[in-house]
Design a protein around this ligand. Structure first.
Ligand SMILES: [Zn+2]
Length: 473
């Protein structure tokens, strides 16, 4: 951000600082950061995210470094991987079919695929998304927005549809697979011509996932069981624990992901596992702590069925700067790590466009859901806060009807909660009392034409700014 300059002295200090930034980029040939003292009023351009985190390989901006007050030649970054504390195995390259379809320079077919990517994904997802998707917002002008209302969750049905019902979601991998392509298209529930979905692409994606995706392979394994007319009913167990937590991740084999169970569920089954019944009515909610939670919802973003977040991903021990009691990666740290762009590994996620929007929203609601859950389970710890200071006055006046029932206190540390807003408001008022009221109240919104954003988009040829909410929103 451009510092506010008041007089000549400030300008010279500022130039000393920025001149170092301008010369410290190795191999930098852009026209960016160097400041001429006569041109101090030109907009500051920080250039693209040209620095690479030495721990995780994320492309970072110099201004994102740790110790911002210091001008480091080899800056370290905490926001990507906490200086190496979080380390997940690298992602594989996008399978060639998907890479062709997601290519921004891939002509009309790729353009149409990108436009319909959420529809294509919905044909292959194993779970349905809960929460109410607000489609009204996209009827107006402006870039695509994925907006969801209410509590979010993912649900899964049984292996086979009940009699008389059409198969959907995971059942499409098992039931009536001779007509699988048309079943998948019909499951959309609307006119194929209108949807713009192409049958041959559905077929090719199906074949690709059969080869690459470990979760698909697990469901196909169940399909083989149901081929015989006198088959024994089985259940599918999606394994929640991992043998070598944290490091296996992208190289799983299907037997590590799932197993078939004949007969009753025995005691060896871990409470983290998801058991998919043979045939039952309705859908069941699955835990967002299960490693297959995200890959089952986004097979086109995780074409290999790569593990998502779970509770036993350990911190890297070789670089412990600060010791934590927990010792494992949190959901927020996991998703923050996932949302950093790395040139040295596969980046299917960042090619997902509208589906990437959905994934980010889903990840955010999942993290927020966990934080809410934590607050719900730790109410005793927070009770004392309401008797302290200004928050008291805020709660005393609540008399409207929706306050009836058990009150759950969200502490001021919960971003977006009422006490958070109240505390910030009171802080602002306290600052005004001390320093006097401000003359100007300036708010910033991100401009998608900022040169830094345009530079960051150049890593993926032809990528448009609306497809990268991680850097432009
Ligand atoms: Zn890093």
């Amino acid at each position: 951000m451009l510092p506010i300059l008041n007089d000549e002295d400030d300008i010279s200090t500022f130039n000393q600082q920025t001149a170092h930034i301008g010369t410290s980029f190795v191999g930098d040939n852009s026209t960016s950061t160097h400041f001429d003292s006569n041109q101090y009023n030109i907009p500051l351009n920080l250039g693209g995210p040209r620095y690479v985190c030495c721990f995780c390989g994320a492309q970072m901006w110099y201004e994102e470094r740790k110790n911002k007050s210091r001008n480091e030649r080899n800056p370290r970054f905490t926001m990507c991987c906490m200086e190496g504390k979080v380390s997940l195995p690298p992602f594989k390259q996008t399978p060639s079919l998907l890479a062709t379809l997601l290519n921004y320079k891939g002509g009309r077919t790729a353009y149409k695929f990108r436009h319909n990517i959420r529809v294509y994904n919905s044909m292959f997802q194993f779970t349905s998304i809960g929460g109410k998707i607000d489609s009204e917002i996209n009827r107006r002008l402006g870039p695509y927005v994925f907006k969801i209302n209410g509590q979010n969750h993912h649900k899964i049905g049984s292996l086979l549809p009940v009699d008389g019902e059409r198969s959907k979601f995971a059942q499409l991998y098992i039931y009536d697979t001779e007509n699988e392509v048309s079943n998948r298209i019909n499951a959309l529930g609307y006119d194929v011509q209108q949807s713009g979905v192409e049958e041959n692409i559905v077929k090719e994606l199906m074949e690709m996932l059969d080869q690459t995706n470990q979760i698909v392979k697990a469901f196909r394994m169940a399909k083989e069981r149901f081929k015989e007319p006198d088959y024994i009913p089985v259940k599918l167990r999606l394994i929640g624990a991992r043998m070598n937590d944290g490091q296996q991740y992208t190289n799983l084999i299907s037997s590590e992901v799932a197993a078939l169970i004949v007969g009753d569920v025995d005691q060896l089954i871990d409470k983290r596992d998801i058991i998919i019944e043979h045939r039952s009515n309705g859908l069941r909610r699955i835990s967002d702590l299960h490693p297959a939670f995200m890959p089952m919802q986004y097979p086109l973003l995780f074409p290999y069925g790569e593990d998502g977040f779970h509770l036993n991903i350990p911190y890297q021990k070789w670089n412990h700067t600060t010791k934590t009691k927990r010792g494992t990666v949190t959901a927020r740290e996991f998703y923050v790590y996932m949302l950093q762009f790395r040139l040295n590994q596969g980046f299917t996620l960042f090619l997902g466009g509208k589906l990437f929007h959905q994934y980010i929203t889903d990840a955010f609601t999942s993290v927020e859901g966990m934080r809410l859950d934590y607050n719900l389970r730790n109410q005793k710890k927070f009770r004392t806060e309401i008797f302290q200071g200004v928050v008291d006055a805020f709660t005393r006046g609540d008399t409207d009807g929706n306050m009836i029932g058990k009150r759950i206190i969200l502490p001021a540390s919960f971003t977006g909660g009422p006490r958070y807003y109240m505390q910030n408001y009171q802080d602002a008022m306290a600052i005004c009392t001390y320093y006097g009221y401000p003359d100007l109240f300036i708010t910033f919104t991100c401009n998608s034409r900022w040169p830094e954003i345009i530079a960051a988009l150049k890593f993926i040829d032809g990528q448009r700014v609306e497809d990268r909410p991680d850097i432009s929103w």
